[in-house]
Design a protein around this ligand. Structure first.
Ligand SMILES: [Mn+2]
Length: 337
């Protein structure tokens, strides 16, 4: 993260994630608290950011997963800050078991962080900011929730999807260009349509070309196991490669893996198009191979040491098969009743 000024006169601090759901959550929070400083951070960086949080009346954190290894220190620091500040922690990632739900924690696994941010801060928001929440929902694949479906009826969804897709593609293309993200977040907090924000259309177009080349590459390079389709070193967006691996491999789960020479590990991104809960499976299987993994049910990530990569793929493939059989048995049981 980059912090240009040690906080000036603003009374609110907003810390959010740099992906599209995070940018939209941050924009909604900034719309509710215009006199705020906004910074982008991550589950690994959040504790460092909070070192500089003293003196703010309000501290709002959006879309930052609570890391298993850091949660005790993180909760201790937030309780310390809560003596003098109002803390609002808005997130939709699973909470580590050892961290109990504090009263400043708004955690809901069933909706995206943008939807949750809108709902938590609704009293201070213009109703039209729902549109920004929908952009964030689409960005995180959480646009099938009851509220988002209802909110969508207020808009021409063709135009809204054009704006959302353009915004999301541009933000993905911008990668770690946090300066650009900040320049998007501010107009978004005023509900300016993405196509009117400088460079958004240009970046979206560049991103679309990269994605198209990637799609064609994955189409020819995809490999399949029984339940899993995967691509290694696709040299492009990891999550999109996982999606195209699943579709061209004709499997319910797609995986893209990239070798990291320095650490001698494979970093991977996974997508499920089925009922398979990737978060649960990865948390169980990855540690068996000296790695780690988790995330959401339908979108997750993992890191596995180089020497166990092949064995991990085979075991994970088997685990998906078992999971699917279990789901089938449950469904049949239901019908039988
Ligand atoms: Mn999110």
């Amino acid at each position: 993260m980059t912090r240009s000024n040690n906080h000036a006169n603003n009374s609110t601090l907003i810390l959010t994630h740099g992906d599209s759901d995070g940018v939209c959550s941050g924009a909604i929070a900034k719309s509710a608290y215009p006199d705020s400083d906004v910074y982008f951070t991550s589950p690994m960086g959040i504790l460092d950011e909070l070192q500089l949080a003293d003196g703010y009346e309000n501290i709002i954190i959006c879309d930052i997963a609570v890391d298993e290894g850091k949660c005790v220190d993180l909760f201790r620091r937030l309780e310390e800050l809560a003596v003098n500040s109002v803390i609002t922690y808005i997130d939709h990632h699973p909470l580590p078991e050892k961290c109990i739900n504090a009263d400043w924690m708004h955690n809901d696994l069933t909706v995206c962080s943008s939807e949750l941010t809108y709902k938590v801060l609704e009293k201070r928001l213009d109703r039209d900011m729902r549109r920004v929440a929908i952009y964030g929902a689409i960005g995180d694949y959480y646009d099938n929730t009851p509220s988002v479906k209802e909110w969508l009826r207020d808009w021409d969804k063709r135009s809204l999807f054009f704006q959302a897709g353009t915004l999301i593609q541009a933000l993905i293309y911008s990668g770690r260009n946090y300066d650009f993200k900040r320049k998007v977040l501010l107009p978004l907090s005023h509900d300016i349509i993405p196509t009117e924000i400088p460079n958004v259309l240009k970046y979206a177009k560049e991103g679309a070309i990269l994605e198209e080349n990637l799609r064609i590459h994955v189409k020819s390079e995809v490999k399949t196991l029984e339940n899993l389709a995967y691509v290694v070193d696709p040299n492009g967006y990891m999550s999109k490669s996982a999606i195209y691996a699943a579709s061209y491999g004709g499997k319910d789960v797609g995986l893209s893996a990239e070798y990291r020479h320095k650490r001698r590990v494979y970093d991977m991104s996974l997508r499920s198009r089925d009922t398979v809960d990737l978060n649960r499976l990865l948390r169980r299987v990855a540690p068996q191979f000296g790695g780690s993994g988790g995330g959401h049910a339908s979108a997750a990530g993992a890191r596995i040491p180089k020497e166990s990569f092949e064995a991990f793929l085979r075991e994970f493939d088997k685990a998906i098969g078992e999971e699917k059989r279990k789901v089938k048995v449950d469904e049949n049981g239901e019908k039988g009743r």
